[in-house]
Every structure is written in C-alpha cells, then in structure tokens.
Design a protein around this ligand. Sequence first.
Ligand SMILES: [Zn+2]
Length: 417
Amino acid sequence: MAIENELKKILEDEGSSVVSLCRELVKRPSEDPPGDTRNIAGFIHDHFRKNGVESEIVAPHPEKPNVVATVHGGKPGPHVVFNGHMDTFPVGELTRWKYDPFGGILVDGRLYGRGAADMKGGLSACIHAVVLLNKIKANLPGKVSITCVSDEEVFGPWGTKYLLANNAALHGDALINGEPSSLENIRIGEKGQYWFRFTCHTEGGHGAYAALKQSAIYTMFNLLENLSNLPQELSEISEPVHQMMEAARTNYDSLLCEGATDAALSASMNIGTIKGGLSVNMVPECCVAEVDFRLPPGVPGNKLRNWISTNVSSFANCKYEEYDTQDAYLTNPGHSLAQIACLSAEEITGKKVFPTFSLGGTEARMWRKLGVPAITYGPNHHNMGSPDEYIIAKELITVLWVHSLTAFRFMNSGLDY
Ligand SMILES: [Zn+2]
C-alpha cells in the first residue's frame, strides 16, 4: 500500500495540472477533416520528453502522426495501454460559437473548445496519468504505454488501426480509453455497426404513365419498410448483459436521454441517405439507400445478414452490398480490469458507478476484438460536435485519478502488495 499512497500523494499535489494540459491541447487545432495533427502531436511528444517519458512519433501518413510513449516499470508485470485520439470534429460555423473554439477558455468551471469533450479532456487525463505513473516507475510492476492517435474521426487507417496492425506490443494486457463516458459509467463495450447499400433498378418511364410503370423509389420504399420491422431475435441478448444495463437504467437514461437504455438493448435501423430519380416528371429507374443497422453485443451479425437476404430476395430488381462492419464486443463485466475501474471510480466519486455499453463506438473496440479487456472512462460531454462544446474542468481531475489508480491497481492485481 505504501506505493499506492505515494501515487495518491502525487495525484493530490500534481493532479490539477491536467486542466492546464487540456487547455493547451484545445489551443492546438486538429479538425478532421482535414485531419492534420502535426501541431498537437508535436506538443504531446515534447511534453512527454520534458517529463522524462520515452516517446516517439509514428507517422505512416506525414500529416497524421501518432505519439506512442512508454513507461517501463522496475519489476515484471502486466502491460497497461492508454488510448485517445487527437483529432476532433470540425468547428463548423464560427459565428455560432460564443467562446473561441481554440481558446482553451475556462469560464465558471467549464472548459470550452472544439474537442474539449471529444476527446482532448479524456486524452489529457490519459497523458497525465502516464506522466505521474512515470514518477513511481521503479516500483511499478509491468509497463504502461499510451497511443495518442490521429485519423479517428474519419475511421481512417493511419491511427489506432495502423498501430495495432504494425506493433503487437501495443496490444497489451489491458486498455484504458478516455472517450467521454460520464463519471458514473465505465463503458465496457458498444453496439455492433453494420452498413448496407441497397440499390433498386426498374425500367422507369414518362411520369404521365406512372400507373403503368414500376418506380425504383416506390420499390425501395417497400423494401425499406419491410426491413424496418426488425425481428425480435435481433435484440435477444444474454441475461447477465440485460441485468447489467437494467441496473444502470435510471442513471443511463438521465445521462443520455429518455429511452436510451431501451435503445441500447434493441437492434436499430437508420436510413442515412437515399437518392433516386432524375426529374419530377419521370418515373424513377434507380434508387440507392444507405442504411446503418446496430445490434446489441452478443447478437451475431449473421442473423441480420439472413434477415436482409431474405427480404431483398423477394424484390427481383433490388440488390445490396455490406460495406462497413464493426462487430459488437463486450469486455466481461466480471473481468478484474472492469471491476477495479468501477471500484476505483466509486471510491473517488463517492457515487455508484455502473458498467455499461455505449450506443456509439470508440476505438477501444479494436482491443476487445483482439481479446484484450478494455474500458472507456472520461468526463461527461456537453455540446459534443456542436458550438461551445465543453466539459466540467474538475471532472478531469476525477478521471485522472480513476485512470491512474485503475492502471496501478491492475498492474498490481496479480501481486501481493
Ligand atoms: Zn471521440
């Protein structure tokens, strides 16, 4: 316990500087698109080196570098990896912002700026945790790494995807990601995402002959309507996962929105784009729709594929392709990483903390796919992706404590300390 107390003392003395670190990150624009992260990556790389942490820039794409830093503990033990992305959504219409999106402005305890919530806040907590753990490295069993990545907002190949494919050492034994989750939620998984493109072709013709011709738009309309009656089997999840989400229901719904728990537990379908027809006075001969299906963890993607194949086969002039899939993965809520994170968060917040899975995805899924347990813990987000995005600054300090203690305790979990 002596070393843990030493870490807590360091956190008490130096924890609050995570806020100024976050402000520095916000001051370095990294909108994606275009996704040029050289400035912020250079700053983070220098920050690690100034603090005595081994750091390197890994840049498979010259404008989209990644920063990989490592702390080698003085004793053998597990390898904990932190992960966060440096790129952000674009600012959009500047006149809609009250506060400068790149000012790193702090007003009434709120830290404003593009990316403050997604995810320069959580990223600063990860970075600072690594810097502080470095101070006790002689007594640290194992290794701590961090991957500060580019190319996340556009699902590109040059960030996490590249690092995990080219450096197996970064798979580690446990992953801590800092995307916004709220202080009372440890995210241990996410829904699966399946994107399909449907195309209907008909003969088309003159609009005056509408009753005599087949319309590609009407055909698509009928196909999509059939597909939208998603069968119950696409929402059948295991009892333990169901119970886990039910336990969090009140908190989860108040945090996200009313109905969020039901949405998490159910398959969903969103028609994202639809294009068809050439002119108002013509019967359309082609219609294309892009559809985003989401499945809760544990529901096999092939059940959805069967549903789609059966439906499309009854429309002779329609076809489909699946063009992007991210299967759902869930870290076992009973895994020591998830348990240590929940208990640490309860200790620091003084509140009940729930393991849950998220509606949207994070790159933590890439570690889960490799069989590595992964959690996401970050501050609550406000106006994410909108003007005047912000976080509550002091939540960053809580996140830092939970990240640091979770990493430390996981590293020590196999040892008598
Ligand atoms: Zn994000």
